[in-house]
Ligand binder design. Structure first.
Ligand SMILES: *Cc1c(COP(=O)(O)O)cnc(C)c1O
Length: 401
């Protein structure tokens, strides 16, 4: 069983009870069940599981919540990235600079949109793409750069935008993890031409399956994405096709969001601010206990954040040398963890043909060896966080060595 999807105190792959699962939404569902059920029943009564009104309702609610001019609901964060890249005008063979340290979909989306991913390293003191490394990756074929906002912090958008301007590149954001993160009041994904949201169940706002959205202030990007998600069809009647209401305008996909996912997300959205506040409290509790332990490296969560930046903790990481041993120790104590991300993208087999070598992006490679994500979701109790901290402390202060 994927520990990300495990729920409650169930068994992990080893058949062992997981007392503090890495992620669990069962309490959220218990609490929100009346609202979720009401929305789902509305969809079922309506009988419109696709093209119903719930997706549009969620889109308008997310536009209000994020301040985006357009939110386009789709079936996953990954497809939102593909649609964003296509709508931004990526042409076959265009290069897009992405970080070597991120979820693999950041780069595979570039391939699905017809482009070629080109990797750059992350910053020395953060997990975002390093503008200097972006500058070195630019060639005459580079068309765009796509920073990723990972875990709890925005990438250095000022630095990336400066490099992009100098080389005439489009900036797009993989803001799949960044719901609620803002800079100077502007939501992640709107600090460039456009961004995405993922509603994968374990994300800060999670669906009960796959769902995602594209967000942009650009009318043309939104219009193209709306057509592309629905087989390339325009909702409007074109003069050239009298009487035919839905002409196929672009080569589209089927990337629509299900109305039942929208029904659940709309109910959960009402609690998002409270969830974000609780996540922040819990992450702060981890920081207080763990930041000064021997062998724990400072992570961005420890760094003072620039004024005007709203921090949202999607994932709480620690970085330690003996990462795999710590994960094993915690697993033995019934505590679930996850490795974000186990392998830098330039060393993934699917990108072997691009010719990168170990050592090309030392910071990305180091973090892949040392980062471990601890349990963090809004339903955890203070006592559970303390138990995780006790076990991390026991491990680091020699309890098992
Ligand atoms: C979750 C995630 C995605 C993909 O989103 P899905 O909804 O799972 O397709 C892309 N990029 C990053 C950085 C993510 O964390």
């Amino acid at each position: 069983m994927n520990p990300v999807l495990s729920s409650g105190a169930r068994e992990d792959q080893l058949g062992k009870r997981t007392d503090i699962p890495f992620f669990d939404q069962s309490e959220t569902f218990r609490r929100l069940w009346p609202e979720i059920r009401e929305n789902c029943v509305r969809v079922m009564d309506d009988g419109k599981f696709s093209h119903g009104s719930m997706v549009a309702e969620l889109e308008r609610a997310l536009e209000r919540w994020t301040g985006a001019r357009h939110v386009v609901g789709v079936n996953s964060g990954t497809d939102a990235l593909v649609l964003l890249l296509r709508a931004a005008g990526l042409r076959p063979g265009d290069e897009v600079v992405v970080p070597a340290y991120t979820f693999v979909a950041t780069a595979t989306a570039v391939v699905h949109a017809g482009g070629v991913p080109v990797f750059a390293d992350i910053e020395p003191h953060g997990y975002g793409i390093d503008p200097g490394s972006v500058e070195r990756a630019v060639t005459e074929r580079t068309r765009a750069v796509m920073p990723v906002h990972l875990f709890d912090s925005l990438a250095d958008m000022e630095g990336v935008t400066r490099v992009a301007r100098a080389h005439g590149l489009t900036v797009l954001e993989d803001s799949a993890e960044a719901i609620g993160m803002r800079s100077g009041g502007t939501h992640a994904g709107l600090l460039s031409t456009g961004g995405v949201l993922s509603f994968f169940p374990a994300k800060t706002l999670g669906a009960v399956g796959d769902a995602g959205a594209l967000l942009t202030d650009d009318d043309a990007v939104a219009e193209t994405a709306r057509m592309t998600r629905h087989h390339g069809r325009s909702g409007r009647t074109l003069a050239a096709f009298p009487g035919i209401s839905n002409p196929t305008v672009v080569t589209g996909c089927n990337s629509k969001m299900d109305d039942l996912q929208a029904a659940v997300l709309l109910a959960k959205l009402a609690r998002l601010d409270a969830d974000i506040a609780r996540r922040s409290e819990l992450s702060h509790r981890y920081d207080q206990r763990l930041r000064d332990l021997p062998g724990v490296r400072a992570v961005p969560g420890d760094a003072p954040h620039a004024p005007g930046r709203d921090r949202v903790v999607y994932v709480h990481l620690v970085e330690v040398d003996d990462r795999d041993a710590l994960a094993a120790h915690l697993a033995a104590a019934g505590i679930g963890t996850e490795v974000y991300y186990p392998r830098p993208l330039h060393l993934q087999p699917c990108f072997a043909h691009l010719g990168y070598r170990p050592g090309d992006f030392p910071r990305a490679e180091r973090v892949c060896r040392s980062a471990l994500a601890l349990p963090l979701h809004a339903d955890l109790t203070d006592a559970q966080i303390d138990r995780v901290c006790d076990e991390v402390e026991r491990f680091l202060t020699g309890g098992t060595r």
